[in-house]
Design a protein around this ligand. Structure first.
Ligand code: CP3
Length: 343
Protein backbone atom coordinates (compact mmCIF):
# COMPACT_ATOMS: atom_id res chain seq x y z
CA UNK A 1 0.00 0.00 0.00
CA UNK A 2 1.83 3.10 -1.27
CA UNK A 3 0.15 5.43 1.23
CA UNK A 4 1.32 3.39 4.21
CA UNK A 5 4.78 2.85 2.66
CA UNK A 6 5.32 6.61 2.66
CA UNK A 7 3.92 6.96 6.18
CA UNK A 8 6.38 4.24 7.21
CA UNK A 9 9.19 6.47 5.97
CA UNK A 10 9.84 5.21 2.45
CA UNK A 11 10.48 7.61 -0.41
CA UNK A 12 8.01 6.45 -3.09
CA UNK A 13 8.12 7.64 -6.71
CA UNK A 14 5.79 8.62 -8.19
CA UNK A 15 4.14 9.57 -4.90
CA UNK A 16 0.76 8.19 -3.85
CA UNK A 17 -2.09 10.62 -4.50
CA UNK A 18 -5.50 11.39 -3.03
CA UNK A 19 -7.31 14.73 -2.76
CA UNK A 20 -9.11 16.40 0.12
CA UNK A 21 -12.88 16.46 -0.60
CA UNK A 22 -12.33 13.96 -3.42
CA UNK A 23 -15.89 12.70 -2.80
CA UNK A 24 -18.19 15.62 -3.45
CA UNK A 25 -20.41 17.75 -5.61
CA UNK A 26 -17.99 18.07 -8.56
CA UNK A 27 -18.77 14.39 -9.33
CA UNK A 28 -22.08 13.64 -11.12
CA UNK A 29 -22.23 10.20 -9.48
CA UNK A 30 -21.97 11.87 -6.03
CA UNK A 31 -24.79 14.31 -6.86
CA UNK A 32 -26.95 11.37 -7.90
CA UNK A 33 -26.43 9.48 -4.62
CA UNK A 34 -26.85 12.65 -2.57
CA UNK A 35 -30.19 13.33 -4.28
CA UNK A 36 -31.21 9.75 -3.52
CA UNK A 37 -30.28 10.21 0.16
CA UNK A 38 -32.19 13.51 0.37
CA UNK A 39 -29.76 15.59 2.39
CA UNK A 40 -26.14 15.59 3.53
CA UNK A 41 -26.78 14.27 7.05
CA UNK A 42 -28.93 11.38 5.79
CA UNK A 43 -26.20 10.50 3.31
CA UNK A 44 -23.50 10.57 5.99
CA UNK A 45 -25.59 8.38 8.31
CA UNK A 46 -26.47 5.79 5.65
CA UNK A 47 -23.62 3.22 5.74
CA UNK A 48 -24.35 1.79 2.33
CA UNK A 49 -24.54 5.14 0.53
CA UNK A 50 -21.68 6.71 2.54
CA UNK A 51 -19.45 3.76 1.61
CA UNK A 52 -20.53 4.08 -2.02
CA UNK A 53 -19.58 7.77 -2.29
CA UNK A 54 -16.33 7.03 -0.42
CA UNK A 55 -15.38 4.58 -3.18
CA UNK A 56 -16.58 6.61 -6.19
CA UNK A 57 -13.48 8.78 -6.68
CA UNK A 58 -11.12 5.80 -6.27
CA UNK A 59 -13.09 3.90 -8.89
CA UNK A 60 -13.12 6.84 -11.31
CA UNK A 61 -9.55 8.14 -10.91
CA UNK A 62 -7.60 5.24 -9.35
CA UNK A 63 -6.47 7.30 -6.33
CA UNK A 64 -4.14 5.50 -3.90
CA UNK A 65 -6.50 6.14 -0.99
CA UNK A 66 -10.12 6.71 -0.15
CA UNK A 67 -11.17 9.03 2.66
CA UNK A 68 -14.24 8.12 4.65
CA UNK A 69 -17.22 10.13 3.46
CA UNK A 70 -18.47 12.05 6.45
CA UNK A 71 -17.92 15.51 7.94
CA UNK A 72 -16.01 16.96 10.87
CA UNK A 73 -19.31 18.22 12.31
CA UNK A 74 -20.85 14.76 12.64
CA UNK A 75 -19.07 14.39 16.01
CA UNK A 76 -20.60 17.51 17.66
CA UNK A 77 -23.95 16.50 16.20
CA UNK A 78 -23.61 13.01 17.71
CA UNK A 79 -22.57 14.59 21.03
CA UNK A 80 -25.94 16.35 21.05
CA UNK A 81 -25.53 19.73 19.35
CA UNK A 82 -27.99 20.67 16.63
CA UNK A 83 -26.69 20.70 13.04
CA UNK A 84 -28.12 21.38 9.65
CA UNK A 85 -26.64 21.83 6.22
CA UNK A 86 -28.54 24.69 4.63
CA UNK A 87 -28.57 24.67 0.83
CA UNK A 88 -25.68 26.76 -0.46
CA UNK A 89 -24.83 28.07 3.02
CA UNK A 90 -22.67 25.39 4.58
CA UNK A 91 -23.21 23.97 8.05
CA UNK A 92 -25.30 25.79 10.68
CA UNK A 93 -25.27 24.94 14.40
CA UNK A 94 -27.01 26.65 17.33
CA UNK A 95 -24.02 28.39 19.00
CA UNK A 96 -23.08 26.46 22.14
CA UNK A 97 -23.59 28.04 25.58
CA UNK A 98 -21.89 27.11 28.84
CA UNK A 99 -25.13 25.52 30.10
CA UNK A 100 -25.33 23.29 27.04
CA UNK A 101 -21.75 22.02 27.33
CA UNK A 102 -22.68 19.76 30.28
CA UNK A 103 -25.52 18.26 28.25
CA UNK A 104 -23.21 16.89 25.55
CA UNK A 105 -22.71 13.16 25.96
CA UNK A 106 -19.87 10.91 24.89
CA UNK A 107 -21.99 7.78 25.37
CA UNK A 108 -24.59 9.23 23.04
CA UNK A 109 -21.88 10.01 20.48
CA UNK A 110 -20.60 6.44 20.53
CA UNK A 111 -24.10 5.15 19.88
CA UNK A 112 -24.90 7.85 17.32
CA UNK A 113 -21.78 7.25 15.24
CA UNK A 114 -22.35 3.49 14.84
CA UNK A 115 -23.46 4.06 11.19
CA UNK A 116 -20.12 5.82 10.52
CA UNK A 117 -18.24 2.74 11.74
CA UNK A 118 -20.40 0.56 9.53
CA UNK A 119 -19.61 2.83 6.55
CA UNK A 120 -15.88 2.36 7.31
CA UNK A 121 -16.29 -1.44 7.37
CA UNK A 122 -18.16 -1.40 4.08
CA UNK A 123 -15.73 0.98 2.40
CA UNK A 124 -12.72 -1.09 3.49
CA UNK A 125 -14.40 -4.25 2.17
CA UNK A 126 -15.00 -2.54 -1.18
CA UNK A 127 -11.40 -1.35 -1.68
CA UNK A 128 -8.55 -3.28 -3.28
CA UNK A 129 -5.75 -4.28 -0.90
CA UNK A 130 -3.31 -1.74 -2.37
CA UNK A 131 -5.64 1.22 -1.67
CA UNK A 132 -5.62 2.86 1.75
CA UNK A 133 -8.69 3.96 3.69
CA UNK A 134 -8.27 7.18 5.67
CA UNK A 135 -10.49 7.84 8.68
CA UNK A 136 -10.73 11.37 10.08
CA UNK A 137 -11.98 13.82 12.64
CA UNK A 138 -11.82 17.58 12.88
CA UNK A 139 -9.09 18.99 15.06
CA UNK A 140 -10.63 19.94 18.44
CA UNK A 141 -10.03 23.67 17.95
CA UNK A 142 -11.62 23.72 14.48
CA UNK A 143 -14.64 21.76 15.69
CA UNK A 144 -14.91 24.12 18.70
CA UNK A 145 -14.92 27.09 16.27
CA UNK A 146 -18.03 25.77 14.52
CA UNK A 147 -19.66 24.77 17.83
CA UNK A 148 -19.16 28.20 19.41
CA UNK A 149 -19.85 30.40 16.38
CA UNK A 150 -22.46 28.17 14.78
CA UNK A 151 -21.14 28.71 11.27
CA UNK A 152 -18.01 29.25 9.22
CA UNK A 153 -17.20 32.04 6.84
CA UNK A 154 -17.04 34.90 9.32
CA UNK A 155 -13.66 34.31 10.98
CA UNK A 156 -15.20 32.84 14.18
CA UNK A 157 -15.43 36.09 16.21
CA UNK A 158 -17.34 34.51 19.12
CA UNK A 159 -14.75 31.74 19.49
CA UNK A 160 -11.91 34.26 19.56
CA UNK A 161 -13.66 36.45 22.14
CA UNK A 162 -14.47 33.41 24.27
CA UNK A 163 -10.85 32.29 24.18
CA UNK A 164 -9.97 35.56 25.99
CA UNK A 165 -13.13 36.19 28.04
CA UNK A 166 -14.20 32.71 29.13
CA UNK A 167 -11.16 30.54 28.59
CA UNK A 168 -12.55 27.85 30.93
CA UNK A 169 -15.46 27.24 28.56
CA UNK A 170 -13.12 26.72 25.61
CA UNK A 171 -10.86 24.48 27.71
CA UNK A 172 -13.83 22.39 28.86
CA UNK A 173 -15.08 22.05 25.31
CA UNK A 174 -11.64 21.13 23.95
CA UNK A 175 -11.20 18.52 26.73
CA UNK A 176 -14.50 16.91 25.76
CA UNK A 177 -13.58 16.99 22.05
CA UNK A 178 -10.16 15.41 22.72
CA UNK A 179 -11.80 12.56 24.60
CA UNK A 180 -14.57 12.14 22.02
CA UNK A 181 -12.15 12.33 19.06
CA UNK A 182 -9.97 9.57 20.53
CA UNK A 183 -12.97 7.26 20.91
CA UNK A 184 -14.33 8.24 17.49
CA UNK A 185 -11.01 7.74 15.67
CA UNK A 186 -10.23 4.53 17.54
CA UNK A 187 -13.65 3.24 16.44
CA UNK A 188 -12.76 4.00 12.81
CA UNK A 189 -9.43 2.19 13.15
CA UNK A 190 -11.15 -0.83 14.72
CA UNK A 191 -13.61 -0.79 11.81
CA UNK A 192 -10.79 -0.91 9.24
CA UNK A 193 -9.33 2.56 8.62
CA UNK A 194 -5.63 2.19 7.69
CA UNK A 195 -4.67 5.58 9.13
CA UNK A 196 -6.45 8.71 10.33
CA UNK A 197 -6.27 12.43 9.66
CA UNK A 198 -6.98 15.40 11.92
CA UNK A 199 -8.38 18.40 9.99
CA UNK A 200 -7.33 21.46 12.00
CA UNK A 201 -8.52 23.77 9.22
CA UNK A 202 -8.81 26.93 11.34
CA UNK A 203 -5.61 26.46 13.34
CA UNK A 204 -4.25 29.58 11.67
CA UNK A 205 -6.57 32.07 13.39
CA UNK A 206 -4.83 31.76 16.77
CA UNK A 207 -1.77 33.68 17.98
CA UNK A 208 1.25 31.48 18.72
CA UNK A 209 0.79 31.13 22.47
CA UNK A 210 -2.85 30.10 22.09
CA UNK A 211 -1.97 27.84 19.15
CA UNK A 212 0.23 25.91 21.60
CA UNK A 213 -2.63 25.58 24.10
CA UNK A 214 -5.58 24.91 21.81
CA UNK A 215 -4.00 23.18 18.78
CA UNK A 216 -0.67 21.58 19.71
CA UNK A 217 -1.53 20.29 23.21
CA UNK A 218 -4.88 18.72 22.20
CA UNK A 219 -3.22 17.26 19.09
CA UNK A 220 -0.53 15.67 21.23
CA UNK A 221 -3.12 14.21 23.62
CA UNK A 222 -5.07 12.65 20.73
CA UNK A 223 -1.94 11.22 19.10
CA UNK A 224 -0.60 9.69 22.31
CA UNK A 225 -3.97 8.26 23.41
CA UNK A 226 -4.48 6.63 20.00
CA UNK A 227 -0.93 5.24 19.94
CA UNK A 228 -1.28 3.79 23.42
CA UNK A 229 -4.06 1.59 22.02
CA UNK A 230 -2.72 1.17 18.47
CA UNK A 231 1.08 1.57 18.70
CA UNK A 232 1.87 1.72 14.97
CA UNK A 233 -1.06 3.95 14.01
CA UNK A 234 -0.31 6.70 11.49
CA UNK A 235 -1.95 10.06 12.12
CA UNK A 236 -1.79 12.85 9.53
CA UNK A 237 -2.14 16.35 11.02
CA UNK A 238 -3.37 19.30 8.94
CA UNK A 239 -2.74 22.53 10.86
CA UNK A 240 -3.92 24.78 8.03
CA UNK A 241 -2.37 28.26 7.77
CA UNK A 242 -0.19 27.69 10.85
CA UNK A 243 2.81 29.48 9.28
CA UNK A 244 5.98 29.37 11.35
CA UNK A 245 4.33 27.12 13.98
CA UNK A 246 4.70 24.19 11.56
CA UNK A 247 7.87 22.71 13.04
CA UNK A 248 6.62 22.96 16.60
CA UNK A 249 3.32 21.35 15.59
CA UNK A 250 5.10 18.41 13.94
CA UNK A 251 7.64 17.87 16.73
CA UNK A 252 5.34 18.39 19.70
CA UNK A 253 2.21 16.55 18.52
CA UNK A 254 4.08 13.49 17.24
CA UNK A 255 1.94 13.23 14.08
CA UNK A 256 3.25 10.80 11.45
CA UNK A 257 2.78 13.27 8.61
CA UNK A 258 1.79 16.88 8.12
CA UNK A 259 -0.55 18.34 5.51
CA UNK A 260 0.63 21.65 4.01
CA UNK A 261 -1.69 24.39 2.78
CA UNK A 262 -0.89 26.05 -0.55
CA UNK A 263 0.49 29.20 1.08
CA UNK A 264 3.39 27.28 2.61
CA UNK A 265 6.60 27.27 0.58
CA UNK A 266 7.68 23.65 0.11
CA UNK A 267 11.42 24.29 0.49
CA UNK A 268 10.84 26.36 3.63
CA UNK A 269 8.64 23.62 5.16
CA UNK A 270 11.22 20.93 4.37
CA UNK A 271 13.99 23.07 5.86
CA UNK A 272 11.95 23.83 8.99
CA UNK A 273 10.84 20.29 9.84
CA UNK A 274 13.08 17.49 11.14
CA UNK A 275 14.74 15.28 8.49
CA UNK A 276 12.46 12.40 7.51
CA UNK A 277 9.21 14.33 8.10
CA UNK A 278 6.40 12.99 5.91
CA UNK A 279 4.55 15.72 3.98
CA UNK A 280 1.15 15.81 2.31
CA UNK A 281 -0.03 18.49 -0.08
CA UNK A 282 0.04 21.20 -1.31
CA UNK A 283 -1.23 22.05 -4.82
CA UNK A 284 -3.42 25.16 -5.04
CA UNK A 285 -7.01 23.85 -5.50
CA UNK A 286 -7.69 26.74 -7.90
CA UNK A 287 -5.41 25.05 -10.46
CA UNK A 288 -7.81 22.11 -10.58
CA UNK A 289 -10.51 24.53 -11.60
CA UNK A 290 -8.30 26.23 -14.20
CA UNK A 291 -6.85 23.03 -15.71
CA UNK A 292 -4.69 22.95 -18.85
CA UNK A 293 -1.03 23.87 -18.80
CA UNK A 294 -1.29 25.83 -15.57
CA UNK A 295 -2.40 22.64 -13.84
CA UNK A 296 0.45 20.61 -15.34
CA UNK A 297 2.99 23.24 -14.29
CA UNK A 298 1.55 23.35 -10.79
CA UNK A 299 1.65 19.56 -10.43
CA UNK A 300 5.25 19.49 -11.66
CA UNK A 301 6.28 22.19 -9.19
CA UNK A 302 4.83 20.22 -6.26
CA UNK A 303 6.45 16.99 -7.46
CA UNK A 304 9.80 18.70 -7.89
CA UNK A 305 9.52 20.55 -4.60
CA UNK A 306 9.10 17.35 -2.62
CA UNK A 307 11.58 15.34 -4.73
CA UNK A 308 13.57 13.00 -2.46
CA UNK A 309 11.18 13.60 0.45
CA UNK A 310 8.51 11.37 1.90
CA UNK A 311 5.52 12.84 0.10
CA UNK A 312 1.81 12.10 -0.37
CA UNK A 313 0.45 14.21 -3.24
CA UNK A 314 -2.62 16.25 -2.34
CA UNK A 315 -4.11 19.74 -2.55
CA UNK A 316 -3.53 22.54 -0.04
CA UNK A 317 -7.29 22.53 0.72
CA UNK A 318 -10.39 20.72 -0.54
CA UNK A 319 -11.65 20.39 -4.13
CA UNK A 320 -14.31 22.96 -4.94
CA UNK A 321 -17.66 21.96 -6.52
CA UNK A 322 -16.87 23.87 -9.75
CA UNK A 323 -14.00 21.53 -10.76
CA UNK A 324 -14.26 19.61 -14.04
CA UNK A 325 -13.60 15.91 -13.26
CA UNK A 326 -11.46 15.73 -16.42
CA UNK A 327 -8.94 18.02 -14.74
CA UNK A 328 -8.68 15.58 -11.83
CA UNK A 329 -7.97 12.76 -14.31
CA UNK A 330 -5.29 14.97 -15.92
CA UNK A 331 -3.68 15.58 -12.52
CA UNK A 332 -3.49 11.87 -11.69
CA UNK A 333 -2.09 11.09 -15.13
CA UNK A 334 0.55 13.79 -14.81
CA UNK A 335 1.70 12.44 -11.43
CA UNK A 336 1.73 8.83 -12.56
CA UNK A 337 3.78 9.68 -15.67
CA UNK A 338 6.52 10.07 -13.06
CA UNK A 339 8.65 12.27 -15.26
CA UNK A 340 12.25 12.64 -14.19
CA UNK A 341 13.25 15.80 -12.36
CA UNK A 342 14.05 18.94 -14.34
CA UNK A 343 12.33 17.90 -17.59
O1 CP3 B 1 -12.65 14.76 1.77
C1 CP3 B 1 -13.62 14.00 1.55
O2 CP3 B 1 -13.98 13.68 0.39
C2 CP3 B 1 -14.31 13.34 2.73
C3 CP3 B 1 -15.43 14.01 3.30
C4 CP3 B 1 -15.30 15.34 4.01
C5 CP3 B 1 -16.33 16.31 3.95
N1 CP3 B 1 -16.01 17.34 4.79
C6 CP3 B 1 -17.56 16.19 3.14
C7 CP3 B 1 -18.41 17.37 2.92
C8 CP3 B 1 -14.31 15.83 4.87
C9 CP3 B 1 -12.98 15.22 5.25
C10 CP3 B 1 -14.78 17.09 5.36
C11 CP3 B 1 -14.01 17.90 6.33
C12 CP3 B 1 -14.52 19.21 6.72
N2 CP3 B 1 -15.82 19.61 6.87
C13 CP3 B 1 -13.68 20.29 7.10
C14 CP3 B 1 -12.18 20.23 7.19
C15 CP3 B 1 -11.55 20.40 5.86
C16 CP3 B 1 -11.76 21.74 5.24
O3 CP3 B 1 -12.41 21.81 4.19
O4 CP3 B 1 -11.25 22.74 5.81
C17 CP3 B 1 -14.51 21.38 7.44
C18 CP3 B 1 -14.06 22.74 7.89
C19 CP3 B 1 -15.87 20.93 7.30
C20 CP3 B 1 -17.10 21.70 7.59
C21 CP3 B 1 -17.95 21.82 6.39
N3 CP3 B 1 -18.75 20.80 5.89
C22 CP3 B 1 -18.13 22.95 5.57
C23 CP3 B 1 -17.43 24.28 5.77
C24 CP3 B 1 -19.04 22.59 4.58
C25 CP3 B 1 -19.62 23.50 3.54
C26 CP3 B 1 -18.69 23.68 2.39
C27 CP3 B 1 -19.28 23.09 1.14
O5 CP3 B 1 -18.48 22.59 0.34
O6 CP3 B 1 -20.50 23.16 0.97
C28 CP3 B 1 -19.39 21.23 4.77
C29 CP3 B 1 -20.29 20.41 3.93
C30 CP3 B 1 -19.64 19.23 3.25
N4 CP3 B 1 -18.76 18.34 3.82
C31 CP3 B 1 -19.88 18.81 1.91
C32 CP3 B 1 -19.12 17.65 1.71
C33 CP3 B 1 -19.06 16.81 0.46
C34 CP3 B 1 -20.84 19.47 0.94
C35 CP3 B 1 -22.23 19.08 1.33
C36 CP3 B 1 -23.13 18.80 0.18
O7 CP3 B 1 -23.02 17.75 -0.49
O8 CP3 B 1 -23.98 19.66 -0.05
Amino acid sequence: MKLIDVLNGEVVWPPPVWLMRQAGRYLPEYREVRAQAGDFLSLSMNPELAAEVTLQPVRRFGFDAAILFSDILILPWALGQGLQYAQGEGPLLPPLTRAELGGLSLARAVEGTAPVMEAVRRARAGLDGDKGLIGFAGGPFTVACYMLDGKGGGGFPRTLRTVYEDRRLVEGLIDLLVEASVVYLQGQVDAGADCVMLFESWAGILPAELFRVFVIAPGRRIVSALRSKSPGLHIIGFPRLCGLMLREYVVETGVSAVGLDSVTDIAAAVAACPPGTVFQGNLDPLLLHIGGEALDRGVDAVLDGFRGQRHIFNLGHGITPDVDPRNVAQLVERIRAGRPSGL
